[in-house]
Design a protein around this ligand. Structure first.
Ligand SMILES: [Zn+2]
Length: 321
């Protein structure tokens, strides 16, 4: 989309949220961190997002040569699908990707196949286009707790399983913040009310693990953050409440899954229960929009969360639990 201007929101401490315009506005964010003229992206959106990210860079008077890092919190394609194409535009950037994900960024064939298994071939093609590989020499697999230096600003990797095995968060002490990817749930700005942000876990197939998800929430809170930057969607505060809501949400999802574990078609029970639960949370939180609006905001997550819970109980059954 030549000439299409990126929708950006300047946050605190040199951080900007860039709307990747995934399926609708304010659904999926990339974050740009700028420190003294050097820059890093945290997550990229899909291929269509790349011109927007470059525009966001130019809006700040920066050039493609000024980007040192592309951090990928995890390799689900709504956050990493554009990484290969973006890296082609950024001659000095290293792509930092979890050791469990790095092979799939270098050779995305399996990643594409896995996405097709969730969304179907045509839909995957429509949503993600041609996923570009990243040259192995430009990828780094960080250790847990490894620090990266962005022009003097220290950024720390924290492995966080529960949403995906290949997930890390990025701790940014300079902003008293953590870039949480999908490890601290989803908080759409459309569902904000006088009570503040609403948050709920995301259990996209196929790695949901409730125990690990609880640990990850605690690990993030262990950084004593004042704000978190979520991929869906960007900055939230009031973190003690949100952490409690995340723990309660993970427990509620687990209950929904286990109640349907022995059904012939677990999805048939899990999906309506997930819908009822999430809509109930929004209503209890004071959301005043009509039912169609609420359905439109939540339908993708109802579907993905339900399918992710099915994958989890299938795994439990395989383990004989
Ligand atoms: Zn994800």
């Amino acid at each position: 989309m030549p000439g299409h201007r990126a929708q950006t929101t300047r946050l605190n401490d040199g951080i900007t949220a860039v709307d990747t315009e995934y399926e609708r506005p304010l659904q999926d964010a990339s974050h740009l961190i700028v420190e003294g003229g050097r820059a890093a992206f945290v997550d990229t959106g899909a291929n269509n997002s790349v011109p927007l990210l470059l525009d966001a860079l130019h809006q700040q008077g920066l050039d493609v040569t000024d980007v040192d890092y592309v951090f990928l919190t995890h390799i689900h394609l709504d956050h990493a699908g554009g990484a290969g194409r973006l890296m082609q535009k950024l001659p000095n950037a290293l792509c930092v990707v979890h050791p469990r994900g790095i092979v799939h960024m270098i050779d995305p064939a399996k990643l594409i196949a896995g996405t097709e298994a969730v969304y179907g071939v045509e839909e995957t093609r429509r949503m993600y286009g041609d996923i570009q590989p990243i040259d192995a020499s430009r990828c780094v697999a960080p250790d847990d707790e490894q620090w990266f230096d962005l022009n003097g600003r220290q950024l720390q990797i924290l492995y966080t399983e529960g949403h995906a095995l290949h997930h890390y968060c990025l701790n940014d002490p300079a902003s008293r913040g953590v870039f949480t990817g999908d490890s601290f749930g989803i908080s759409y700005r459309e569902l904000d009310t006088a009570a503040g942000p609403l948050i709920f876990p995301t259990t996209t197939p196929t790695h949901f693990d409730p125990d690990a998800a609880h640990v990850s929430v605690d690990r993030i809170m262990g950084c004593s953050p004042e704000q978190l930057y979520l991929t869906h969607y960007s900055r939230v505060r009031d973190l003690d409440r949100l952490a409690a809501d995340m723990h309660a949400g993970i427990d509620a999802y687990t209950d929904i899954a286990l109640a349907n574990k022995d059904a012939d078609v677990p999805l048939a029970g899990i999906k309506p229960a997930m819908s009822e639960y999430l809509k109930g949370c929004a209503r209890a939180h004071g959301f005043k929009g009509d039912d169609d609006t609420l359905q439109a905001i939540l339908e993708i997550d109802i579907e993905l969360n339900a399918k992710g819970l099915v994958s989890w109980i299938q795994r439990l059954k395989k383990q004989g639990l």
